[in-house]
Design a protein around this ligand. Structure first.
Ligand SMILES: *[C@@H]1O[C@H](CO)[C@@H](O)[C@H](O)[C@H]1NC(C)=O
Ligand SMILES: *[C@@H]1O[C@H](CO)[C@@H](O)[C@H](O)[C@H]1NC(C)=O
Ligand SMILES: *[C@@H]1O[C@H](CO)[C@@H](O)[C@H](O)[C@H]1NC(C)=O
Ligand SMILES: *[C@@H]1O[C@H](CO)[C@@H](O)[C@H](O)[C@H]1NC(C)=O
Length: 703
């Protein structure tokens, strides 16, 4: 399919759902609100210049905020656990789909068959030195057999058993093993206990396997009492048996023993446990003393030593990997003037348990944005560009729904996607956080100046954000932990990610429920309102502004900062000159683009300016990010094409940008000086060329 077919044909609902009484209630609520606003806005003149009308609609969008709808959506979404690939998960897809279509929005669903993973049995027995033994609790308090919550497990862990001495390995980083080795402690054939925090689960298990461990037990110190953090231990993104292409029904699938597939799974089994269970083991360990540096940050109680032993662990995990059906759901608001330019808002829907924070606080916001956009449409609003609301499936297993879709639609996204705006765990607690690619910085600041702060009366999100400790710090992407990853790292689409609060204690536990949200996360649903406001307004500007609100001067400034950090890290014969020179060119291009944008915006307010002229500049602004992509991608993991942003492959690395250079720096530690410098220098040249390409795209002319 060359074009997403849903852009051409009207709704073809594959559901014949009967609206529930609940939906009917929402429908009534929608009608009532619509009634009120139709009265208020009857004076609207269809002849108003488009930009003024758009601004008017943007203000109306903010005025349509209601916390009651948000709480009702969240309540409905979190009634049952909805793990990807299970029937209750399909029901949430149907709920989102009927919400969109009840609002009169054109909808579209898209199914994939993906390799998922579920637990069948696990046990962990502890054998103390004094001869007593007992099996440790692996579940969570209050969970019943029939409530549908999946027992704690690590998706894609191989099945297996191991019996060995327990060893505490702290976060399981290279430096942690080095500290153990320095004391003569080996983890060979041991069952290691690691606390979560510094590396991905996959990296922790891979490192343990590399060091000779037989199995890994993981616990999360910050977890709520009794909570156990589920999670995937798969490396990479997307369906492991369809690497780089979409897992469509009847399409090509690699075998599980294919090396491209098997390298994405850890080689030894692992399981998550509660803090209490981990402490039973840790308190009984003797041997080498727990290093002081570890103790400094430890919150859990440990024994006198790190082991090995004298405690023995008998570990068993049995699970199955199987092909399951997953479903992405879309609502499409066709652009009136530039239907072939896409502004995407995305959030995943699948959850480990009830998913009140992760991810359905974001889903509730997405549904409320749909409600408000539908109202605007009834008032006569039509976006200039196409807006696509995306509800992803199977994110928890490794961004599968979004990755398969990006892989399937790569050419159309590459040539037509203006921006991808992600929201995952929208409301985790207090404080506004935003991650973005730098050309979105200005827009983000402007938008937060218009949205009411949920925590301080009379303030805007912007003012509160500015006064918090770090002061309006827009974060940059370096992880691959949500659905922005395929859009940014694989397709080069400018991206953002928004949330309130961080590090919530019920993360991936059965306590991530509606009750937690109304008791702790957001009792009045005002943070939900704020996120929906910022998210929806960002999209409105990207969809409606005649000249795209993308500013590359902040990208240039950010790149300059990166070279300073890099030059402090590197020494010797390595030259950063290729990068600094290409940034100079990029700065010139960014200035030119900004001046051109300013001129067009001025002319736009005076009246007619040809659409073609706007399109020419907008294309430069849209394509510049694509310039950072490299056809070959990062060495050894070519799926990652972006050379400025991407997760470094070495979790112990010190660079959180230029992932190719970060990888080379890590690799160079295993080479002699000359060889290492050559490897790093090559990656510096590649980044320099990527920045040059982005600059050429921004200039818009040929060399
Ligand atoms: C055996 O050792 C464990 C762990 O140190 C301790 O909790 C338990 O009370 C001991 N049992 C007996 C019978 O001494
Ligand atoms: C470990 O437990 C299994 C049953 O779960 C048992 O068959 C096996 O003998 C035990 N191994 C050791 C070394 O205790
Ligand atoms: C919505 O916000 C108002 C004002 O803060 C509050 O009184 C009300 O309880 C909230 N509603 C819900 C459902 O949280
Ligand atoms: C560095 O390693 C390369 C390849 O292993 C070797 O050819 C070269 O002679 C080494 N150089 C030095 C200075 O040791």
């Amino acid at each position: 399919m060359a074009q997403p077919s849903f852009l051409h044909k009207p709704t073809t609902s594959i559901f014949t759902s009967t609206p529930s009484p609940f939906c009917f209630l929402l429908f009534l609520l929608t009608l009532c609100t619509l009634g009120i606003y139709t009265l208020h806005h009857r004076h609207l003149q269809p002849t108003t210049p488009p930009s003024k009308t758009a601004l008017h609609f943007h203000r109306t969008f903010l005025s349509l905020a209601t916390n009651a709808t948000l709480s009702a959506y969240l309540r409905h979404l979190t009634l049952h656990p909805h793990l990807a690939g299970t029937p209750p998960s399909l029901q949430t897809a149907q709920y989102v789909h009927s919400h969109f279509s009840n609002l009169g929005l054109p909808t579209h669903v898209n199914d994939y068959s993906a390799l998922l993973s579920y637990p069948s049995h696990s046990s962990l027995t502890v054998h103390f030195a004094n001869g007593t033994a007992h099996s440790l609790p692996l579940g969570e308090p209050g969970l019943k057999r029939n409530d549908g919550v999946v027992p704690p497990y690590h998706a894609y862990s191989p099945s297996g058993s191991a019996a060995g001495y327990a060893v505490f390995v702290n976060y399981g980083r290279e430096e942690d093993y080095a500290a153990l080795e320095a004391q003569g402690v080996s983890v060979e054939k041991a069952v290691v206990v690691a606390r979560r925090g510094e590396m991905s689960r996959f990296a922790v298990v891979e490192k343990a396997a590399e060091k000779g461990a037989a199995a890994v037990v993981m616990y999360t110190e910050a977890a709520v009492r009794g909570g156990v953090e589920r999670g995937t231990v798969m490396g990479g993104l997307g369906d492991p048996v369809t690497p780089g292409w979409a897992g469509v029904e009847g399409g090509e699938r690699l075998g599980l023993d294919d090396s491209d597939v098997s390298r994405r799974f850890p080689k030894i089994p692992s399981m998550p446990v509660s803090v209490a269970t981990a402490e039973v083991i840790l308190r009984s360990l003797e041997g080498t003393r727990v290093p002081l540096e570890w103790r400094g940050s430890l919150k859990s109680t440990v024994g006198s030593g790190v082991g090995p032993g004298p405690t023995l662990l008998n570990f068993t995990y049995q699970g199955e990997k199987k092909i399951a059906s997953i479903r992405n759901v879309f609502a499409v608001i066709r652009g009136s003037e530039e239907p072939d330019r896409f502004v995407l808002l995305g959030n995943h829907r699948d959850a480990w348990t009830y998913g009140a924070v992760d991810p359905n606080s974001g889903t509730a916001a997405l549904l409320d944005i749909a409600r408000r956009y539908a109202l605007l449409m009834r008032l006569g609003w039509k976006p200039r560009r196409t807006i696509i609301l995306c509800s992803w499936d199977a994110e928890e297993f490794g961004m599968i729904g979004s990755t398969e879709w990006v892989e399937q639609n790569l050419v159309n996204l590459g040539s037509k996607a203006v921006a991808y705006l992600n929201v995952d765990c929208a409301v985790q607690g207090s404080g506004f956080y935003a991650t973005a690619t730098p050309q979105l910085d200005n827009l983000l600041l402007e938008v937060t100046k218009k949205v009411r702060d949920p925590e301080s009366e009379g303030m805007k999100v912007f003012n509160k954000w500015k006064t918090t400790d770090k002061g309006m710090n827009i974060l940059r992407f370096s992880g691959a932990d949500s659905d922005f990853a395929p859009f940014l790292y694989h397709a080069g689409v400018p991206s953002s990610d928004l949330y309130y609060g961080r590090d919530f204690p019920v993360y991936h536990t059965s306590f991530d429920s509606y009750d937690w949200m109304i008791n702790y996360g957001d009792p009045l649903f005002q943070r939900h309102v704020a996120i929906a406001g910022v998210w929806g307004l960002l999209a409105l500007h990207l969809a409606d502004d005649p000249v795209l609100p993308l500013n590359y001067l902040s990208y240039a400034a950010q790149l300059q900062e990166y070279t300073i950090v890099l030059s402090n890290l590197l020494a010797g014969s390595i030259s950063l000159h290729p990068i600094t020179a290409s940034i100079q060119e990029f700065v010139v291009a960014a200035k030119e683009a900004e001046e051109d944008a300013k001129k067009l915006r001025e002319q736009e307010t005076l009246g007619s300016i040809s659409d073609l002229k706007k399109r020419m500049l907008n294309d430069r602004l849209m394509f510049a990010e694509r310039g950072f992509l490299d056809a070959e991608g990062l060495q050894g993991r070519g799926w990652f094409k972006h050379l400025v942003y991407g997760p470094p492959s070495d979790p112990d690395g010190k660079l959180f940008f230029f992932p190719g250079i970060a990888d080379a720096v890590s690799r160079s530690r295993r080479m002699n000086r000359t060889e290492g410098d050559v490897a790093i220098q090559h990656e510096i040249w590649r980044v320099a060329r990527a920045i040059q390409r982005a600059g050429y795209a921004l200039k818009g002319g040929l060399t």
